[in-house]
Design a protein around this ligand. Sequence first.
Ligand code: FPP
Length: 248
Amino acid sequence: MKPPSVLQQLPPDLTLERLPKHVAVIMDGNGRWAKNQGLPRIMGHKKGVDTLKDLLRCCKDWGIKALTAYAFSTENWSRPLEEVDFLMTLFQRVLRQELRGMMQENVQIHFVGKLDGLPHSLQAEIERSMSETQHNQDIQFTVATNYGGRQEIIDATKAIAHLVQQGKIAPQDIDEALFSSHLYTAGRSDPDLVIRTSGEMRISNFLLWQMAYSEIYVTDTLWPDFNRTEFHKALANYQGRDRRFGKV
Ligand code: FPP
């Protein structure tokens, strides 16, 4: 029998206790990857889905309990209509095809963003996948879709202002815990490690509040090429850091 590939288990140089509990990814470079291969941009997104699926499985294999992926930002609507349509159809198809697999692998899927701005058929698939997987416990998989960090903060602020206006809370009751509990990510942990592929040093309106103390790792690797070996490098780099959370 073939021994399992070392990358199916936690690589020996990584320590389970010092792994990030929550990893978030900005999946950039799909278009460039496709261009490099002489393919249309949309083929990069298609390959990007395979990369994301393998990363989710890898997190599960290595004991990481939460993964968040930035799939579509509020700014992405300004892409060519054809590409936006392709992405919406792709999200819907992937959700439908992968639901059974997520149940088998005990994945709890959750979506964050302005979901009511998405096509109705996609909204229905999102609701179905969230509701069917809600009791799964091996890994929490959050997909940011039609997501903008500033919009999320504005939405939370409006909700809190409304509570103040109704006299349900006083302004002095507003603290970090209360504010967090009105974000789309309420009840979920902040990411310990945020990975951005394709070399851009930007956070692009992603998890602005939640990233306050996250470690950031940027790699030149394009998202479709971000495999387990690349993830291993990111985790080894993370484990070498001294997280101080503002202390000395
Ligand atoms: C950024 O690359 C990528 C996106 C805007 C889309 C990412 C979406 C997926 C990989 C699909 C995820 C699917 C599900 C169901 C969660 P880019 O197009 O900006 O690349 P470029 O910078 O090279 O042009």
